[in-house]
Design a protein around this ligand. Structure first.
Ligand code: F3S
Length: 426
């Protein structure tokens, strides 16, 4: 791998042992991928503070310097961790102190995380605590090289923003935050961003639910390739695209997609394919839509719902407002809980706008920082949950051993106030 003089200096220890370990990690990682060089990055989205038993043990042994060294730098010894070299944010993590009393989450993890926030905050990390940093001010420009984790954020950054990132991990983002570098391969190169599959939408796709179904079906077909969407769909908003990408990254491993005439690298079909031959289309019609819907609902059999989960990826303000409107003047059924997950910064706005008070008056909660899948925490005794998120319907049954129903936000709110699932695809 070719290193610049500055990169070689870092590797030789000119900026201290932690930066040297970070550069060594990036070189090993890049060599394994046959990357010829490193990209300069000024935007890192990773995770340091997410609690775990291993992290608790490492912090007890040698503080957060030790946890960061072992987990985020793949080092063998405890190194003093300096301030981050480039702007870095903390993605979603565990639940925080304001969830106590609602979420059954270990208090020692809440305490560990609070301690971790102080450590990384003092080193310049912005604790956004959300899987949607792009909703709360972290907006890389088109063409900007980044080092981001979290599949739903990565696919959004590449596809909707036109930024360039692979799906990184805790160690590579840790190393990137101390060096401002990441191996230059995959989505950083033009050749890996052009479309591979043409998808023709032949049935109306016009709602938040429909975009999730389309994403779920497309991810299943293309797996880790790059779909180009054309055809009979309405103009998606950013929340629709958030759902589409998260769904495609769940059923497959999509990190980059194009919606012709909408996303920045696809003004035309020809441009989306980089002038290469356009393949025969894969059709998304009524049958494919129904198949995706049935697959997302094949974990549900009991129509008595005891938990409704909204906001995956973390909710936009419009989504929180929609839920507040749907719940206004109503009450949740006895024994049923409703949580909507949101970025902390947007939860502040939702509270000031009065949406949270309406949701809480009905018995629901706006929660931040995490989600049941990430923290393996749902209301005690949950057997059946309903969600408007294809990603949660895909993952949560396996993580928590519970049944799932997937549908519209309105159907989920109906389930919360009646305690019954009455959704269908009509
Ligand atoms: Fe975010 Fe949790 Fe969904 S971290 S993308 S709300 S699985």
């Amino acid at each position: 791998m070719i290193l610049t003089d500055d990169e070689q200096r870092m590797r030789d220890g000119a900026e201290g042992p932690a930066v040297a370990a970070a550069m060594d990690l990036l070189v090993r990682y890049g060599q394994a991928l046959d990357a010829e060089r490193l990209c300069t990055v000024r935007n890192v989205a990773g995770t340091t503070t997410q609690p775990s038993p291993v992290k608790a043990r490492l912090v007890a042994e040698g503080g957060w310097d030790r946890a960061f060294s072992i987990i985020n730098l793949d080092a063998d010894e405890t190194l003093p961790i300096p301030p981050m070299a480039v702007p870095t944010c903390q993605l979603q993590q565990g639940f925080g102190p304001d969830s106590v009393g609602t979420v059954p989450y270990p208090p020692e993890f809440v305490e560990l995380q609070t301690d971790g926030e102080a450590f990384v905050g003092a080193r310049g990390v912005s604790v956004l605590a959300t899987c949607t940093p792009y909703q709360v001010g972290n907006l890389p420009v088109r063409g900007e090289h980044c080092a981001w984790m979290e599949s739903s954020a990565v696919v959004y950054a590449n596809s909707v923003l036109g930024a360039r990132t692979n799906c990184e991990g805790g160690a590579s983002t840790g190393a990137a935050s101390l060096t401002g570098r990441i191996p230059c391969w995959g989505n950083h190169h033009d050749a890996h961003r052009f479309g591979t599959h043409l998808v023709r939408v032949d049935t109306p796709v016009s709602s938040f639910r429909d975009w999730g179904l389309l994403g779920y079906a497309v991810g299943d077909v293309v797996q880790e390739a790059r779909p180009v969407i054309t055809g009979d769909h309405a103009l998606p908003d950013l929340t629709d695209l958030k759902h589409f990408g998260a769904a495609a990254a769940s059923s497959g491993g999509v990190e980059m997609y194009h919606v012709v005439g909408v996303t920045p690298e696809a003004p035309t079909v020809t441009a989306a394919f980089g002038g290469r031959r356009v393949p025969e289309p894969v059709v998304f019609g009524e049958a494919e839509k129904r198949a995706a819907y049935e697959r997302l609902n094949d974990q549900g059999s009991d129509t008595d719902v005891d938990f409704v989960l909204l906001g995956c990826p973390h909710a936009s303000l419009d989504q929180i407002h929609d839920v507040a409107r749907a719940l206004d003047g109503r009450r949740l059924a006895d024994g049923t809980q409703l949580w909507i997950m949101a970025p902390r910064a947007l939860a502040v706005v939702a509270e000031r706008s009065g949406h949270t008070a309406v949701i809480e008056a009905a018995g629901g909660r706006v929660l931040t920082d995490s989600c049941p899948a990430m923290s393996r925490a749902a209301p005690v005794g949950t057997r059946v949950f309903a969600t408007d998120s294809a990603k949660q319907a895909h993952y949560l049954p396996a993580i928590l051993g519970i049944q799932a129903w997937f549908g519209t936000t309105a159907e989920c709110v109906d389930a919360a106030v009646t305690g019954r699932w009455r959704g269908d695809l009509s």
